[in-house]
Ligand binder design. Structure first.
Ligand SMILES: Cc1cc2nc3c(=O)[nH]c(=O)nc-3n(C[C@H](O)[C@H](O)[C@H](O)COP(=O)(O)OP(=O)(O)OC[C@H]3O[C@@H](n4cnc5c(N)ncnc54)[C@H](O)[C@@H]3O)c2cc1C
Length: 282
């Protein structure tokens, strides 16, 4: 077996050979009985996966859905004050909703917007809302374990001369929650306990974009599953197999991405053995 590094696949030749450019600029063509591509998506392109394969695949008539950032942060137009004072602060134990998708947990405020598992989980819903209307709204329930009436009851106990900060503090509203509510209302917090409770249970945060794919954990989009057979062989290119993030699927972080990449890799390898008429060894 020979492993070659520093070879960039740049497309197929007219006769179906694999064309490579080597790191010293040489052009090489390799003809293979079977080829497995695992060239990744386009997130963190500086570590190698830059989606450069998309054009040659599309030119060969293979349907490749647009690559998009998945498992990534979202962009919020925070005020300068919020971005400066609260970037790096977590929103603890909140419920996040976009359309009919909901997630729960901790999210991190960043200078750009929001990051974290519950935000990543809402990626598909946020992406489709952004694609449809150019904007999206994230509803944040900052007190998911209190119903509206219980939160109103807490907020109703305001001492006559208490400042807004000490009133909300004594009602158990965290400084981060107060800052977010101030930001969303341009510092016009409602004084009415029922209205304020409604706001804290469904704080509408306007989302302007997904974070750039360059900083995303994974890539949505890719080679349509209709382009491959059950062995992950391209139906338009017999003998050519694909695996991993090149394919159009998405999954949450937590090992599911790696599992899907490894599983499709094993399935493609087994497909190669079938294609070559070689019995698999266990
Ligand atoms: C910061 C970060 C954290 C992550 N955390 C998790 C996690 O906790 N759990 C989880 O399950 N997943 C995680 N992932 C995702 C996981 O790493 C990917 O889903 C997985 O590595 C994709 O595997 P792949 O083989 O499809 O592609 P890649 O791992 O991207 O490998 C593709 C390879 O192909 C090479 N390549 C690309 N184009 C060419 C070309 N034209 N010619 C030759 N070579 C080329 C690239 O250099 C690269 O080496 C994380 C990803 C990132 C970026």
């Amino acid at each position: 077996m020979k492993i070659e590094t520093g070879h960039r696949w740049v497309g197929w030749s007219d006769t179906g050979g694999n064309r490579f450019e080597t790191s010293d600029g040489a052009a090489i063509e390799a003809v293979a009985d079977a080829t497995v591509f695992a060239l990744g998506g386009a997130s963190w392109p500086r570590v190698g996966s830059d989606g450069g394969w998309v054009s040659p695949f599309r030119n060969a008539g293979i349907h490749v859905s647009e690559l998009a950032a998945a498992n990534c942060g979202i962009v919020v137009g925070w005020s300068d004050v919020l971005a400066r004072k609260f970037a790096g602060e977590p929103i603890k134990n909140a419920r996040f909703t976009v359309g009919d998708m909901t997630s729960r947990g901790d999210a991190m405020i960043t200078a750009l917007g929001l990051e974290g598992g519950p935000i990543y989980a809402l990626g598909p819903a946020l992406r489709s809302e952004l694609a449809a209307t150019g904007q999206a709204t994230l509803l944040v329930d900052l007190h998911p374990d209190l119903d509206h009436a219980s939160l109103v009851a807490r907020l109703a106990k305001r001492r006559p001369k208490a400042s807004i900060s000490s009133w909300l503090h004594s009602a158990g509203v965290s400084p981060v929650a107060v800052a977010l509510a101030r930001d969303v209302t341009s510092n016009h917090l409602p004084g009415d306990p029922a209205v304020l409770a409604g706001l804290l249970k469904a704080l509408p945060i306007p989302i302007t974009a997904m974070a750039p794919i360059e900083r995303a954990i994974s890539t949505a989009g890719g080679i349509a599953v209709t382009e491959v057979d059950e062995d992950f062989m391209l139906t338009r290119r017999p003998g050519v197999f694909v695996a991993g993030e090149m394919l159009d699927w998405e999954a949450p972080t937590g090992g599911y991405l790696l599992q899907a990449c490894l599983s499709t890799g094993v399935a493609a390898a087994s497909g190669v053995l079938t294609w070559l008429g070689v019995a698999p060894t266990n």
